[in-house]
Design a protein around this ligand. Structure first.
Ligand SMILES: Cc1cc2nc3c(=O)[nH]c(=O)nc-3n(C[C@H](O)[C@H](O)[C@H](O)COP(=O)(O)OP(=O)(O)OC[C@H]3O[C@@H](n4cnc5c(N)ncnc54)[C@H](O)[C@@H]3O)c2cc1C
Length: 403
């Protein structure tokens, strides 16, 4: 099958690799002059690691990895632990995959290095899609076009493919903005724990974790803002602004923030879940169809899962694109919709404004943790438990039952 992927981010490149592996003729059309990710970290949870295993890229993936010891929730002022999910051997065995921290550029590289150069086209900004019979055509801003049996819109939050197919309305400004920064430490230091740490305070939270094998600490510091803040990986903010917004927070954070060199500002947007992602022989993937708040650390994970499952679906129904796309959507849409909505809910619970509400939340976290050490109030068990490698098997069983 001839497949054109619009957008060469983490989702588009992962999908390209998955589809090439299945023997399809794949091309990526990226608007930028080259592939590129910003200088920031990303957490990759076991569910997405299972897709990476399914793609056969696990060993190389691990060479980029930092293994956090635990996911830990802390009080913003006292650093008291509110919950702790141990990420050691028992966790890895239970989910059949680890929880990893990685630099974004390394994650993108994982997929890009596997793509033959002739597959990748740059400076190709898609401006629209048309369909006729069993093929679709993408048009680019330079006037060129490409025709394919399947077009996949992996063009991110402001997807042109989505807009062309569905008309997409406005992005929802969530009222959250975040500072993000990387601090070189040259190794694990005493004022930053080797965990994925969630510091929760009134109307704000901060996530800190190591990347680059432990040589850098990634900071995502989220506050609420009544003013609209642009969504951009390149808008600069100042260290003083960040320090002022987190005045009174624990000294370890102040210490870390004071070492920041460059700070960026990012407005957080999302959308409601869609009813369908597919029209004819065009479908969507990643942020294009399920943009979400980053509070469950799942946007890239969902995009990787999407790419893997799309490859599997075309493998299960090699001669029936409609059925393959229907199966892809049936598998992916409900899961990603739930993650979108749960991520939104975390925006509320992480930011409870009063000491009483925070204390009640933390007591509930403790109660849940007692019930099941993997559970806690952030409730990620169902997210990590998913195994995209089981998609084909699940389908075979369901088909058998249906017939
Ligand atoms: C602060 C923050 C922290 C996050 N942390 C995590 C985390 O820890 N774990 C996690 O899993 N996720 C995380 N995410 C989410 C994650 O970054 C995104 O969900 C993920 O990058 C989406 O990948 P994508 O490939 O779908 O879209 P994108 O990365 O946006 O890629 C889209 C690509 O399409 C290209 N493009 C756009 N328009 C066109 C066009 N018209 N024509 C051609 N090309 C086009 C773009 O140039 C880009 O290369 C976080 C997000 C934020 C903001």
């Amino acid at each position: 099958m001839k497949i054109a992927i619009i957008g060469g981010g983490i989702g588009g490149t992962a999908a390209a690799y998955a589809l090439l592996q299945k023997g399809h003729q794949v091309e990526i059309f990226e608007q930028a002059p080259q592939f590129g990710e910003v200088g920031a970290g990303i957490q990759i949870t076991p569910n997405a690691v299972k897709a990476i295993k399914g793609l056969g890229l696990y060993d190389r993936f691990l060479t980029y990895a930092f293994y956090p010891k635990a996911v830990v929730g802390r009080n913003w002022q006292t650093a008291q632990e509110n919950f702790r999910i141990d990420l050691g051997a028992e966790f890895r065995e239970h989910y059949d995959a680890p929880f990893i921290h990685i630099h974004r550029a390394d994650l993108l590289d994982l997929f890009v290095k596997e793509l033959p150069p002739e597959v990748c086209h740059f400076n190709k900004a898609c401006t629209g899609i048309t369909q006729s019979g069993t093929t679709a055509e993408a048009t680019f801003s330079d006037g060129t076009t490409v025709t394919a049996d399947l077009i996949v819109g992996a063009d991110g939050l402001r997807s042109v493919v989505r807009r062309t197919l569905f008309g997409d309305g406005d992005l929802r400004w969530t009222g959250h903005q975040c500072y993000r920064a990387l601090v070189p430490t040259g190794g694990v230091v005493d004022y930053v724990n080797p965990d994925s740490t969630f510091w929760m305070g009134p109307n704000s939270h901060v996530v800190t974790y190591y990347v680059k094998g432990g040589d850098m600490v990634n900071i995502v510091a989220v506050t609420e803002s009544s003013e609209w803040v642009a969504e951009s990986w390149s808008t600069r903010a100042s260290k003083d602004e960040m320090l002022a917004d987190f005045d009174g927070w624990h000294s370890s954070l102040q210490d870390l923030f004071s070492r920041v060199d460059e700070v960026y500002n990012w407005g957080l947007f999302d959308r409601d879940p869609m009813e369908t992602w597919t029209r004819g022989c065009v479908t969507l993937l990643g942020d294009a169809c399920h943009p979400m708040l980053p509070f469950l650390s799942q946007g890239a994970a969902m995009a990787i899962e999407d790419g893997f499952v799309l490859g599997e679906a075309l493998g299960v129904f090699p001669d029936d694109l409609d059925r393959a796309l229907a199966a892809y959507e049936k598998e992916r849409l409900p899961r990603t919709a739930r993650v979108q909505l749960e991520a939104r809910e975390r925006g509320r619970t992480y930011h409870l404004p009063t000491p009483e509400e925070m204390a009640a939340r933390d007591a509930e976290y403790a109660r849940l943790q007692k019930e099941d050490p993997r559970k806690t109030g952030i409730n990620t068990d169902w997210v990590y438990d998913y195994d995209p490698r089981q998609f084909a098997k699940r389908h075979a069983v369901l088909d058998e039952i249906a017939s």
